[in-house]
Design a protein around this ligand. Structure first.
Ligand code: HEC
Length: 105
């Protein structure tokens, strides 16, 4: 009986932590981050919006860029100033991975 109570307590704490600290529980989801942070400008397929001078992320030009270059654009281009503040290294890495996925489509 006592063991069951302790087990229930541990389970409750584990579930609470899982809910309260998602960043500890899941690896960064690049596709979801791309959708949340980049789609409104670069589009769901990364094609960009030429009319609004938003470049494609799936062009040969973008494909030729290194991961480090893509990361740097997000971190330093003034157009991305708001994003650079909220995305950490792991998240940027995951997003670049998602962009590479779009480039393969
Ligand atoms: C507010 C709109 C906006 C959002 C949101 C945005 N971008 Fe951009 N992005 C731009 C614009 C505008 C440029 C062109 C900047 C320039 O030419 O100086 C650009 C340029 C880029 C480039 C350079 C492309 C090239 O070929 O030179 C990359 C890479 C990029 N964005 C990636 C991202 C990623 C990844 C995200 C999401 C984390 C993102 N952007 C979110 C507007 C946006």
């Amino acid at each position: 009986m006592k063991m069951t109570k302790i087990a229930m307590l541990i389970l409750t704490v584990a579930v609470a932590l899982f809910i309260l600290i998602p960043s500890l529980s899941w690896a960064e989801d690049g596709a979801a981050l791309y959708k949340a942070k980049c789609t409104m400008c670069h589009g769901p397929d990364g094609a960009g919006k030429p009319a609004a001078k938003i470049p494609s992320l799936v062009s040969d030009d973008a494909k030729a860029k290194s991961d480090a270059d893509l990361t740097k654009v997000v971190q330093t281009n003034p157009k991305h100033a708001a994003l650079a503040k909220v995305l950490n290294e792991d998240q940027l890495k995951a997003i670049v991975g998602a962009v590479r996925g779009l480039q393969k489509k």
